[in-house]
Design a protein around this ligand. Structure first.
Ligand code: UD1
Length: 428
């Protein structure tokens, strides 16, 4: 992606449906037997296409057009997941719980995904074992079996998003009551709860980190609605912050991004928050602020790279502490190439604000790091080339068109265009 920077962004962008809500809701369709799930506001992303291919490989029929998806799951499905698809993204692990609940067995290679540190699935496996599954690791693949899962009490050592989702889905058909404690409380969790409820599951989740599920025998046809993507929306608000522009992001749920809005206000940004939109106004140079990433409602780790771009340009020294993922600082060396002054000390980035960034050739090492480099390119004074765009296509639909609409001078060069042309996006 070639970006000629230094232009303040100005205009309105509508948010896509949330990638991290759509993926687990799609996985939940595995629980249906001879029924269908309709899902509205599904973003057209590489990860969504990978999940659709994974469901097809198990025997489901998936139709996807104009952000509407229909998944029909037959009476019999396969319980063996293809390694090439699973290794493409970590969210593939979300099929483990529903497959085990539905088929009584599942084989799944350990998943891949962004290179942001060690991302084990031990909490998923520990929870499934508590529910009566026997689990073996054979040649890098999980082999799970259960002669009917049983309800029980499971305390998660960490409020893992994926483990909460997997265990909720596994518990839908378990005998009796499952009580999950210290669960994740991300908005995407409640989107899955609502979707499972609309399918006929009995789930109570009151936002305290405790989820109660009463097992049922079968589920029904249903329609699920995906919530707005809070990470995508926040990225575009930060495009306004980094370029001292005026950007409105609409079709969102502003309280899902409270932690970002609070930090931007603390840094001196001027914001207008309406019922379904947020506008960032030109605010001059922001002041340094410090933050720590935490599970929701704390500051999201998925926004840490992007907020760092705004802080690189703020006046003073900011400290950003990453407490959710190890080694999620791969973007720092790339930002430093663009003139940022960031030092890493253990799990903290010490950012000394500079007045401007300069264009450079940089590499997107993961999805959100890629988004951060695009923001840095928009703010930088000359031309930036961001390579390895495939990471960005995993999570941002039409990013270049959306940014162009608010004034960015941005283009995808032929080599990356080729990549995009060959990507499964066009098959969606
Ligand atoms: C989800 C999001 C991802 C986001 C992350 C944290 C999706 C598809 N992805 O990922 O974008 O960055 O939440 O908000 O929704 N952990 C373990 N053992 C486990 C599970 C997790 O140690 O069994 C650790 C992970 O290594 C990581 C931390 O817990 O350090 C958070 O992981 P988790 O909340 O599970 O994230 P994901 O569900 O993978």
């Amino acid at each position: 992606m070639k970006i000629i920077g230094g232009i303040p962004m100005k205009g309105t962008i509508s948010a896509q449906g949330a990638k991290n809500a759509a993926l687990p809701v799609m996985a939940a369709a595995i629980l249906l037997k001879g029924k269908r799930l309709k899902i509205n506001r599904v973003p057209n992303l590489l990860d969504v296409v990978t999940m659709a291919d994974l469901l097809r490989s198990l025997g489901a029929e998936v139709h996807f057009k104009d952000h509407e998806m229909e998944i029909s799951t037959p009476g019999e499905i396969s319980w063996e997941t293809p390694p090439d698809l699973v290794r493409k993204m970590r969210a593939s692990s979300l099929v483990l719980g529903p497959l085990l609940a539905r088929c009584g067995k599942a084989v799944m290679p350990l998943p891949g995904g962004c290179s942001i540190g060690s991302r084990p699935i031990d909490l998923h496996l520990k929870g499934l074992t508590r529910m009566g599954a026997s689990i073996e690791l054979v040649h890098g693949a999980v082999h799970a079996r259960a002669d009917g899962l049983k309800g029980c009490r499971i305390y998660l050592d960490f409020p893992s998003v994926g483990a909460t989702e997997n265990l909720m889905m596994a518990a839908v058909f378990a005998r009796g009551e499952t009580i999950l404690e210290n669960t994740a409380r991300e908005p995407e969790i409640f989107n899955l709860v609502e979707s499972l409820r609309s399918m006929g599951a009995f789930i109570e989740a009151d936002g305290t980190g405790v989820v109660r599920i009463q097992g049922v025998d079968d589920l029904e046809n249903a329609t699920a609605n995906i919530i707005p993507d809070r990470v995508e929306a926040s990225t575009y608000i930060l495009a306004g912050a980094a370029t001292n522009g005026e950007v409105t992001v609409c079709d969102i749920i502003p309280n899902h991004i409270d932690s970002l809005l609070a930090k931007l206000e603390e840094a001196g940004a001027s914001l207008t928050v309406e019922e379904t939109s947020v506008t960032i106004h030109p605010s001059g140079r922001l002041k340094a602020v410090s933050l720590k990433t935490l599970p929701y409602p704390g500051f999201p780790t998925d926004l840490q790279p992007q907020v760092m771009v705004a802080l690189c340009l703020a006046e003073g020294t900011s400290v950003v502490q990453e407490s959710v993922f190890q080694s999620r600082f791969l973007h720092v060396s790339e930002l430093n190439k663009m003139g940022a002054k960031i030092d890493i000390q253990s799990n903290s980035a010490i950012i000394n604000g500079v007045e401007c960034l300069t264009g450079a050739d940089v590499l997107a090492t993961d999805l959100r790091a890629g988004a951060a480099l695009v923001l840095a390119g928009l703010a930088a004074h000359d031309t930036t080339y961001v390579h390895h765009l495939g990471h960005i296509f995993r999570g941002y639909e039409n990013m270049e068109e959306k940014l162009r609409k608010i004034g960015a001078n941005i283009s995808i060069l032929p080599s990356e265009e080729d990549f995009k042309g060959n990507s499964p996006l066009l098959r969606a």
